[in-house]
Design a protein around this ligand. Structure first.
Ligand code: UDP
Ligand code: MG
Length: 323
């Protein structure tokens, strides 16, 4: 269908400091592969000069394509925009901060072609360059996801992977609002292989994943794959009910024995405990209802302001920039 063999999709959010390093290392790798390619740099509503710099770099690297989102829509949404824009027979997603080594892309492509698999995961076998906090939280995330989502979720497989056109078309056709790709891709069950790599340190700038975004990703991951938390709410309710039954019996016995006046502490504890359990269960319900609500509204996850593959929008943006 297309004449492009490879698309490299890279979400970028305020990566002005990393973008030169990224391009300098990525370009020789891709040029050396001997295949036709495009690089789809998805600007996720950066507030710094990321886009301006990308437009400059594009002047002598025509394969560099820039897709700019109207506002910061988040890493997974930026990935979605990139996957929908990419034209290649194979699509690789990679971070802009060089934590995923571009050299591995060649290996991924070779594995996909030789073994005829649809997906090649990049698996980090060493995260010693990440902070202890990052490793711990990532450890908890993958542990929970393996239990809630299924054993096919590879430990330590982030968003550095190669996918065939077939897989990308399936992903693009999913009606899901906010797919968490690192969980959705393995759940589809396409044939796959892994290549391991050492996770490097971020080349420049700071992490764009503060704790709040990590929590959001975790909530999206859990609710989009599992109703187990709702079941936990049911069990909590059942447990409290049984406890209450026992307490009612003991209350009646105490009343029968005439020892009912001092009871403030037990009442106080019971009310607090039950209130807490109820609020937790309500919150759990709310998480799911919020997602049903968002799905009903069906607003776009992101809007594309500019795509350099589309002459008109690019001209408009360049004109606006000149004014
Ligand atoms: N990113 C993005 N939008 C966001 C946050 C991050 O497009 O809202 C991009 C970021 O530019 C990078 C990738 O997602 O290319 C991974 O982010 P980062 O390296 O900051 O995460 P970490 O490696 O610290 O988990
Ligand atoms: Mg990073």
């Amino acid at each position: 269908m297309s004449s492009l063999t490879l698309s490299v999709v890279t979400p970028m959010y305020n990566e002005r400091e990393a973008v030169d390093h990224f391009v300098a290392r990525l370009r020789p790798v891709l040029d050396g592969l001997g295949v036709t390619y495009e690089v789809v740099a998805v600007d996720d509503g950066s507030a710094d000069a990321t886009v301006a710099r990308l437009l400059q770099l594009r002047a002598d690297w025509p394969q560099l394509r820039i897709v700019s989102l109207r506002r910061n829509a988040g890493h997974q949404a930026a990935l979605a925009a990139g996957l929908r824009s990419a034209h290649g027979d194979y699509v690789v997603s990679i971070d802009a901060d060089l934590q995923d080594p571009p050299e591995t892309i060649g290996e991924m492509l070779a594995v996909a072609r030789e073994q005829g698999v649809e997906v090649v995961y990049g698996v980090r076998n060493d995260r010693s360059t990440d902070t202890v906090f990052k490793r711990r939280t990532a450890g908890v995330y993958y542990w929970t996801m393996r239990r809630l989502v299924g054993p096919w979720v590879s430990d330590q497989a982030g968003d550095f992977r190669l996918m065939s056109r077939t897989v990308v078309d399936v992903l693009n056709g999913l009606p899901e609002q906010r797919p968490v790709y690192r969980l959705v891709v393995p759940s589809l069950g396409f044939s796959s292989a892994e290549v391991t790599y050492v996770r490097a340190e971020r080349v420049a700038g700071e992490t764009k994943y503060p704790l709040s975004k990590m929590i959001k990703l975790t909530l999206d991951s859990v609710t989009s794959f599992s109703a187990t938390p709702l079941r936990i709410a049911t069990w909590l309710g059942l447990l409290s009910f049984l406890l209450c039954l026992a307490l009612i019996v003991s209350g009646l016995v105490a009343w029968g024995l005439g020892a009912v006046v001092p009871g403030w502490t037990s009442l106080y504890i019971a009310v607090l405990l039950l209130g807490g359990v109820q609020l937790i269960c309500l919150g759990l319900l709310g998480e799911y209802i919020g997602r049903i609500y968002a799905a009903l509204q069906n607003r776009p996850q992101y809007l594309i302001a500019m795509d350099t593959a589309d002459e008109e929008t690019t001209e408009a943006v360049e004109l606006a920039g000149r004014r």
